[in-house]
Design a protein around this ligand. Sequence first.
Ligand code: GSH
Length: 200
Amino acid sequence: MSITLYELNPTRSARVRWTLLELGLPFESVAGPEVFAMPELAEIHPLSKLPALRDEGRPLFESAAICNWLADSHPQAGLVAPSGTWSRALHDQWVAFTLAEIEAFLWHTARNLFLLPEAERVPAVYPQNEAAAKRGLAVLDAHLGGRDWMVDDRFSLTDIFVGYAVCWAGWQGMTGDLANVTAYVERLQARPLCPYQPAA
Ligand SMILES: N[C@@H](CCC(=O)N[C@@H](CS)C(=O)NCC(=O)O)C(=O)O
């Protein structure tokens, strides 16, 4: 078995790192800012983004696709419910919700904060994106009232996935008034294999 993860902390590659660690899978890490310029990354990801993975030589990109593949192909670990179950539908629901209703807005702000050339940045999008991300975060806060974890009230891949976006929002100072989300982040970061950093 051979798995190579192209990564850079604290990008979304942290989701894949945590999934691999929870599954107990050995992997080679190709890490650092220089990864973005590597031809071998461009051979996996058409936009040379992270994370990217090779599994037995096969290329895969997008954190959701990679994490689902790793958990699905090691079902004995029970990290995600099998396809065709209601629990899996809920996992898919929260992954899609996180990407569409929270992470897209965090990413749009990040692009305008430091990725785009200065002349192309539009600071006017920050408050709009923050308001939109907070609507999604409020949904998670309500869902987490009275439960510790996102699906079936047990830690799963859903928490690795959703947890990254919630931590990212925390790094941006957006979660201070959300008590359930704040407690959830503390639970996530208390897990021994969690690679998500506490907010500065
Ligand atoms: N939807 C993708 C996001 C990929 C992505 O945008 N990754 C960022 C790091 S978090 C990146 O590689 N940025 C470099 C760039 O945009 O050129 C995923 O979840 O894997």
